[in-house]
Design a protein around this ligand. Structure first.
Ligand code: SF4
Length: 360
């Protein structure tokens, strides 16, 4: 991981929970209920500055403004797809960039957010993995993405309903910050998104899945499987060399036993790589070991990478084969194809245009 010098900016208010902010008010000889007022402004009313908080005195607003930043990022790109998907590229004070996406459907407004800048897993088909990990995102930076996307959902005439950790990074490799963020996103004083509406997607870190199972949270777990055998998985996901499918089955079973939440298996269909009939029957055998459903995603091509998107017929043949084996499987509709919506693509484009393919 590269160590970027962090510019000295005031503390991020979105890192704080009610006890921490109440303590700050008490220290500054103000009643602690002010914390509740501030959080109401931010999380219920969408305030982005202290100036808007008109039930606080002007001197107090100024003091808050000198002491904290509510939003730390700058939106440097905003893409709106013809299907309503909105993708934001955010730049943080240290120059690092990350992506988040608002995905609207008839019934939901989903925030797809990042947990890291870059990704340590370096899956061969993924734009986010190119260049590896730059740094972890902080809890506040994760929550800030949710608020940015919540504002987009409101702009689109709806309300944020779901949060998925499926953007840049491996959430379980930034466990503490992600878990704190999950609790805040779920909190009644915060964005208040129900735990069952929050999904963590992981490439599969068994030890961390066991730990997550013990957190007492009803969040969903999605396992990025992408291959039905160890050999093929190792070709596609370098981390799979250290983690076999058997370990993942154990961890996912444990997760289901502890939480009662069925596991979602994410499977990106890559033309002629993992989309053949034999892969469907291997995947069906894998599924028989778990309480799970399968989400198939037709690959969104990434410039410079050798993988191709399978034809729609091939994808339908694959899902039908799984269903004949009794697997609950669906093809996820590709969203935002016209705005580089595949994870990591917008950031990669920005880096290329800025003349660097390295960090941040
Ligand atoms: S697919 Fe997910 S885990 Fe793999 S490199 Fe991309 S962001 Fe990381």
């Amino acid at each position: 991981m590269s160590s970027l010098p962090l510019q000295s900016t005031p503390p991020h208010l979105l890192e704080m929970d009610p006890p921490a902010l109440s303590a700050w008010f008490t220290q500054h000889e103000e009643p602690s209920f002010r914390a509740k007022q501030v959080f109401q402004w931010i999380y219920e009313r969408g305030a982005t500055s202290f100036e808007e908080m008109t039930n606080l005195s002007k001197p107090l607003r100024e003091r808050l403004g000198q002491s904290f930043r509510i939003y730390k990022s700058e939106i440097i790109r905003r893409g709106v797809s013809s299907d309503g998907t909105v993708k934001l590229l955010l730049r943080w004070p240290d120059g690092a960039t990350s992506e988040c996406v608002m995905i609207p459907t008839e019934t939901r407004r989903t925030a797809c957010i990042s947990s890291q800048v870059g990704c340590p897993a370096q899956c061969r088909f993924c734009a986010s993995g190119i260049g590896g990990l730059v740094r972890n995102l902080t809890t506040g930076e994760i929550v800030e993405q949710v608020l940015r996307i919540s504002a987009e959902a409101t702009l689109a005439g709806g309300q944020l309903s779901n949060v998925v950790f499926m953007g840049l990074g491996e959430p379980l490799a930034n466990y503490d910050a992600v878990l704190r963020a999950v609790r805040m996103i779920n909190a009644p004083w915060g964005p208040n998104i129900g735990a069952r509406k929050i999904t963590i997607s992981t490439v599969g870190l068994p030890r961390m899945i066991h730990r997550l199972a013990g957190e007492g949270l009803q969040i969903n777990l999605a396992l990025s499987l992408h291959a039905p055998s160890d050999a093929l998985r190792q070709e596609l996901i370098p981390w799979a060399e250290r983690i076999g499918l058997e370990q993942l089955v154990d961890a996912c079973r444990h997760y289901f036993e502890k939480t009662g939440r069925e596991i979602t298996l994410e499977y990106i269909l890559l033309h002629n790589v993992n989309d053949r009939p034999q892969h469907a029957s291997q995947l069906a055998s894998f599924c028989r070991q778990l309480r799970c459903n399968v989400n198939l995603i037709r690959y969104n091509p990434v410039e410079g990478l050798p993988y191709e998107r399978p034809a729609s017929e091939a994808a339908h043949g694959f899902v039908e084969a799984l269903r004949r084996h009794g697997v609950n499987a669906h093809i996820r509709t590709s969203r935002g194809l016209d705005i580089d919506a595949a994870c990591g693509q917008l950031r990669r484009k920005e880096l290329a245009e800025a003349g660097t393919n390295s960090v941040p």
